[in-house]
Write a protein that binds this ligand. Sequence first.
Ligand SMILES: Cc1ncc(COP(=O)(O)O)c(C=O)c1O
Length: 393
Amino acid sequence: MNDFNDWGPATLGIRAAEPRTEEREHSAAVHLTSSFVYSSAAQAAAVFAGEEPGNVYSRFTNPTVRAFEQRLAAMEGGDSCVATASGMSAILAMAMALLKAGDHILASRTLFGSTINLFNNVLGKFGVDITYVDPSDLPAWGSALRPNTRLLFVETPNNPLTEITDIRALADIAHGAGALLCVDNCFLSPVLQQPLKLGADLVVHSATKYLDGQGRCVGGAVVGDAQRVGKDVFGFLRTAGPSMSPFNAWVFLKGLETLSLRMYAHCASAQTLAEWLCGQPGIERVFYPGLQDHPQHVLAKRQQKAFGGIVSFQVAGGREAAWRVIDAVKMISITANLGDTRTTITHPATTTHGRISPEARRLAGITEGLIRVAVGLEDIADIQADLARGLSA
Ligand SMILES: Cc1ncc(COP(=O)(O)O)c(C=O)c1O
């Protein structure tokens, strides 16, 4: 077939693993079926035994889900991908497949709040230890390693402060200690960053975000090598069942077709918005990797193809002032999701990061005056006008 390695990210998103049935449809079909039928008992036995290729049951495999998995694997540069019911179940499946009681996770302290809860309250219950470190302080990662450290986990850029971690350097730290590095690549997508090519072992996604791109479906994925992902994570998924629905896989497959175009459009508007916010009244600080004064601007330029669609800013006056800005918007959606065509605004301290302790929030730099905007694809002038209302109030 096609040699995926020769294609750029836009072509891969459109053409990699194009599924086609004998009906010769041009746009992918959706296979909404829970099970599959056989011409004889002998054929059923052969497929169940893995002696003949074929699908058994959609908890394990499904043609539409497989097309999404193969396309995302090609875009990330991984051998295998396992699609899951949500981004959180991707992280859960990865951890359940690769860790055991007594193992230690070393993680960035600025992870998505549910990821921290999953590590502390779910994995912690089964005897996995977790330590959190400053994501951009590489020596801190090195000195927090333990003999039983099995996994390093990071989001870069992180949510909501857009701090960047050097993936190549962190992979070296992980591998030097015999551990794996897993990167949550949800903020940039494979169009703007391919962690596996920088040395990471595993990538997790919330497909709910940019891979869908229009805020329709919840889903996730784990990408990596054929053993850990293709066998171990897949083995957990087929037994435990946090599988992606075929309909959602079809939506994500269509989302990948426009991913490259959308990501660069999100980035262009986010850059304009970040620069504009720097000159607005009542703003103490703007967090965007594309700004020269971002602490990891140079690293972001080297590691990423562009700076992403998330802009956060801190207003003077704490929670009251932040809520006033949020409550003044008329077009922008007040919601915690991101990666949508529609711009969204949220107050991290009381939403996405509301369930972690005040101390963990303080250490992560999530103040009461912080607002996160996930810049959508509306005209930038309209986004600015909507925010200006609250900022001048
Ligand atoms: C960085 C990051 N990782 C993982 C997740 C979890 O994804 P999902 O909501 O699809 O379970 C989110 C969701 O907001 C996220 O922002």
